[in-house]
Design a protein around this ligand. Structure first.
Ligand SMILES: Cc1ncc(COP(=O)(O)O)c(C=O)c1O
Length: 439
């Protein structure tokens, strides 16, 4: 049996039949709906037998240390606010307020929020465009090196790997580039929590990495991990994590993270390998991104279609619900929880969906002028405008059509005529939020 220090401690305490004169209000009694009933039994608050996430040590610390081992990193902090909390904390650790950061332009909204909160100055890192697959490719080490030459003050690089479409970047090479200049590599691995269980050395090269257990592992919504190498102490992770987390982190969620790791080591890893084989077979039999396009997460299934939204609708009519669709792709997230029967059902449904080469997307125009910092843009009063009437205004939020999922306009950038023309050409005509400062 794999160790489950936190789950075991909570069970042992429950077995003592404590009279709970403390939070949470359910007192360990069943929540009032059959599906929720069991959640409360080991849901506690900070007590000597249950430990304290942000004080460190105890059963929670032991459970975190076992997760750090899985990822071959030095320390781990449990997150109950998803990778969102982790990205905010990681950038807080890596970037002094007001500093410059080299940021993968396709980063998640949480990275843009971190920039605003910390008043960071982004140097955006473009990704190469893979025309045939219709997605952004891996981060190029050469591009990072060139940007560091022109921006010598940058000491942190933040990238996403894998992307939503499953594209992986070469983290050891990127870490080496950063370390040569005394900098650090921060990886948003929200979609990569399962990679070590496929035998992949996923994030050990990173200085800080964030993974969403809930996205690809049998773990509840919002459960995630912040992982660190030798450069950041566990105390530093706790101090940064608590800025953005609840002071009442869910014990049920933390226990679920503990049990999830044990389950993955006992039987989940073998199930994940079977899933990777099933996905490889589907990639052979249906039009999809493959490792020939870019190094990929072996379990992410990015299907190609001349009409991604139509293919998504066809699948949904058959009761198959994809994670995401865009004009040329349907993205599915198979995990270790999918059974052979699920894959047989998926295969039948895919045969009925219109799959094939994705339409050609024109490359996005050069990034527009940065008129305001992300902080000025995000915290200024803002209003919604139809895109067509927004020429000359400043974006308060990223305008990021899929694909490439990369903001065509980032917060603080001016919305130019050519940008609107591009967005209209690719069929993106949503309203946008514009900042009223600086107009
Ligand atoms: C790349 C990436 N990073 C971070 C996040 C935020 O993760 P969470 O939903 O766990 O807060 C997401 C969510 O989709 C994501 O796609």
């Amino acid at each position: 049996m794999e160790k489950t220090p936190l789950y075991t401690a909570l069970r042992e305490f429950t077995a003592q039949n404590p009279l709970r004169m403390h939070m949470p209000g359910h007192k360990g009694r069943p929540l009032p709906a059959p599906e929720l009933a069991g959640l409360s039994a080991i849901d506690f608050t900070e007590l000597p037998p249950t430990g304290n996430l942000f004080d460190g040590g105890g059963a929670i610390g032991a459970a975190e240390a076992l997760w750090a081992e899985v990822f071959r990193l030095k320390s781990c902090l449990f997150l109950t606010g998803g990778s969102t909390q982790g990205v905010l904390a990681a950038l807080t650790l890596a970037c002094p307020p007001g500093s410059q950061v080299l940021l993968d332009r396709s980063c998640h909204l949480s990275a843009f929020h971190a920039m605003a909160l910390l008043d960071l100055r982004p140097v955006y890192l473009p990704r190469p465009w893979l025309a045939e697959g219709g997605v952004a490719g891996p981060v190029s080490t050469e591009t990072v090196e060139a940007l560091l030459e022109t921006h010598p003050n940058v000491k942190a690089l933040c990238i996403t790997s894998p992307t939503y479409y499953g594209v992986l970047s070469d983290l050891p090479a990127l870490a080496a580039v950063m370390h040569r200049r005394g900098g650090v590599l921060v990886v948003d691995g929200a979609h990569g929590a399962h990679l070590p269980f496929l035998g992949m050395d996923a994030y050990s090269a990173a200085d800080l990495a964030v993974v969403s257990a809930h996205k690809t592992l049998p773990a509840p919504g919002q459960s995630a991990l912040l992982l660190a190498g030798a450069g950041f102490s566990h105390g530093a992770l706790r101090r940064a994590g608590r800025i953005y987390g609840s002071s009442s982190p869910s014990y049920a969620m933390m226990a679920a993270l503990d049990v999830c790791r044990a389950h993955m080591l006992e039987e989940g890893a073998a199930a994940y390998r079977r899933t990777a084989e099933a996905v490889a077979a589907l990639r052979r039999d249906f039009p999809a991104l493959t490792d020939g396009d870019a190094p990929l997460d072996p379990t992410r299934l990015t299907l190609l279609s001349p009409d991604g939204f139509g293919a998504q609708a066809a699948l949904e009519r058959l009761g198959v619900w994809p994670e995401l669709a865009d004009r040329g792709h349907v993205v599915l997230i198979p995990t270790c929880a999918d059974t052979p029967a699920d894959f047989a059902r998926l295969r039948r449904a895919l045969a009925a969906a219109e799959l094939g080469p994705c339409p050609a997307f024109p490359p996005p125009p050069e990034p527009p002028e940065q008129a305001l910092t992300p902080r000025q843009a995000l915290f200024a009063p803002a209003e919604e405008r139809p895109l067509r009437g927004a020429e000359g205004e400043i974006a308060a939020d990223p305008i990021a059509p899929y694909p490439p999922g990369v903001p065509v306009v980032a917060p603080g950038e001016r919305i130019e005529k050519k940008t609107i023309a591009y967005l209209e050409e690719i069929g993106y005509n949503r309203v946008c939020r514009i900042s009223s400062r600086g107009n």
